[in-house]
Write a protein that binds this ligand. Structure first.
Ligand code: GLN
Length: 368
C-alpha cells in the first residue's frame, strides 16, 4: 500500500507502507546511528515521536528476542530508505515489517531520508503524519497543525508497579521515567540488587526500600512536564547518592535550580563526541535527546559542568558540589552504540562505596 509522509511545513513524501496501516501523527526526529535500529525503535524515550534513520539500510539483521530496550515499543512511526525483506542473521526471528504489523506501528519505506533530515535540521524538529496515499493533503495538514502533542509520555511508559531485579551487590532503586533496559542490564551485570519503581514513587517510599544509591533513568518528553519527579529528586538530594541519565539528568538539573530548553533538532545517534572537562578525554557516546540543560542557568546553582558535547558545546554532564550526585545527558549503557562511557556505572558504585565508608548517607530519620 502506498503511503505519504506529510510534514507540518507542507512537504510531502510518497513511499510504500510497511507494518500497520494506521494513520499516525508525531514529532519527526532523525537518528544518525548506522546500526542499532531495534534498540532505537524500542527505546521508550521516543514515545510520541516518528523516527527516521539517516543510514539507508534498515532491518538487515532482522528483529531478535534479545535487543529490545523495552518490550512494548512506544514510537509513533518509522521512516526508512530501504527495509530489508530478507534479513540475514542467526538471531533474526522477524522482519521489520512483520514486527511492526504485530505491534501495530506504521512505517514508510522508500523515503529520501537524507532530504528529510536536511529539512529537520533547517526547520527544527517538526510534526509529521504518516497516512494513506488517498488522504487529502490539505485536510491532513490542517489536522496536523492543530494537533497538540501529548505531554504525559512519562506516565504512559513508566512501570505501573515496582518490581525487583535481584543481585547480591549494592542495593539500587532505579526510578523508571521510561527506562531503557540497558540501564538495568548494566546494573545487574555489576551484581546490583535493583528495585525498579514507577516515576511518581515518593522520596519516602524510595528511601524506605533502603537503597545504597538511586538511579534516575532516561525517558520521553519535556522534563518540565514531570514536576512531581523534580520534587522527588529535590527531597532525595543529600540523603542518598544519585546518578541520572538523560531525562534523569535534566530532571536533576531542574531540581537543583537550573533550567532546561528545547534544542533545534536534538542529538540522536551513536557517534556523538563528548569531552570530559577534568581529564580532557573524549568519549564517543550514544545519545537521544531533544532538550538540554541551559548553560547560563548553571551559574546560580551548586552544580558543576563536567562534560560538554564537542559538536555544539552543550552540557553533557553535571556534578553536585555539595552532595554525592552526578548525571550525564548521554547514554553510558550504550544500547545501541559505543561503550566508551560504560565506566560511569563503576563511578556510581564507587561513589556509593565512599559515602558508605564515611557513613554519611545511611538513611537516618526516615519514617516508616
Ligand atoms: N533519552 C532521554 O532520556 C531523552 C530525554 C528527553 N526526553 C529529551 O528528549 O531530551
Amino acid at each position: 500500500m502506498k503511503k505519504q509522509l506529510i510534514l507540518e511545513d507542507g512537504t510531502v513524501f510518497i513511499g510504500e507502507g510497511f507494518g500497520s496501516d494506521t494513520h499516525t501523527i508525531g514529532e519527526v526526529v532523525f537518528n544518525t546511528g548506522m546500526t542499532g535500529y531495534q534498540e532505537v525503535l524500542s527505546d521508550p524515550s521516543y514515545c510520541g515521536q516518528i523516527v527516521t534513520l539517516t543510514y539507508p539500510l534498515v532491518g538487515n539483521y532482522g528483529i531478535n528476542r534479545d535487543d529490545f530496550e523495552a518490550i512494548t515499543p512506544a514510537i509513533q512511526g518509522f521512516i526508512v530508505k530501504e527495509a530489508a525483506s530478507y534479513p540475514s542473521n542467526w538471531r533474526s526471528e522477524k522482519t521489520l515489517h512483520e514486527y511492526f504489523k504485530i505491534k501495530n506501528i506504521s512505517g514508510i519505506v522508500g523515503i529520501d531520508t537524507r532530504k528529510l533530515t536536511r529539512i529537520i535540521r533547517q526547520y527544527g524538529t517538526l510534526k509529521g503524519a504518516i497516512c494513506s496515499i488517498d488522504d487529502n493533503v490539505e485536510s491532513v495538514l490542517e489536522k496536523l497543525r492543530a494537533t497538540k502533542l501529548r505531554q504525559d509520555q512519562v506516565k504512559q511508559v513508566s512501570t505501573k508497579t515496582a518490581y525487583p531485579s535481584p543481585g547480591r551487590g549494592k542495593r539500587v532503586v532505579l526510578v523508571d521515567f521510561g527506562m531503557k533496559h540497558g540501564i538495568l542490564r548494566e546494573l545487574n551485570k555489576r551484581d546490583c540488587d535493583v528495585i525498579v519503581v514507577p516515576y511518581n514513587t515518593s522520596a519516602i517510599e524510595i528511601l524506605n526500600l533502603s537503597p545504597d544509591g538511586v538511579m534516575l533513568s532516561n525517558g520521553p518528553g519535556d522534563p518540565k512536564d514531570v514536576p512531581e519527579a523534580i520534587d522527588i529528586i529535590k527531597e532525595l538530594l543529600g540523603k542518598i547518592p544519585l546518578f541520572g541519565i538523560c531525562l534523569g539528568h535534566q530532571l536533576f538539573a531542574l531540581a537543583c535550580g537550573a533550567n532546561t530548553e528545547k534544542m533545534k533538532f536534538g542529538h540522536r545517534g551513536s557517534n556523538h563526541p563528548v569531552k570530559d572537562l577534568k581529564t580532557g578525554k573524549v568519549a564517543l557516546t550514544s545519545q537521544n535527546h531533544g532538550y538540554t540543560v541551559e548553560d547560563s542557568s548553571i551559574e546560580n546553582t551548586r552544580l558543576e559542568v563536567t562534560h560538554i558535547a564537542l559538536n555544539d558545546g552543550t552540557i553533557e554532564g553535571l556534578l553536585h558540589k555539595d552532595f554525592p550526585a552526578f548525571t550525564v545527558q548521554y547514554h553510558p549503557e550504550a544500547s545501541p552504540g559505543p561503550e566508551d562511557a560504560n565506566g560511569l556505572f563503576e563511578q556510581f558504585l564507587q561513589m556509593i562505596e565512599s559515602e558508605e565508608q564515611e557513613g554519611a548517607y545511611k538513611c537516618q530519620n526516615v519514617q516508616i
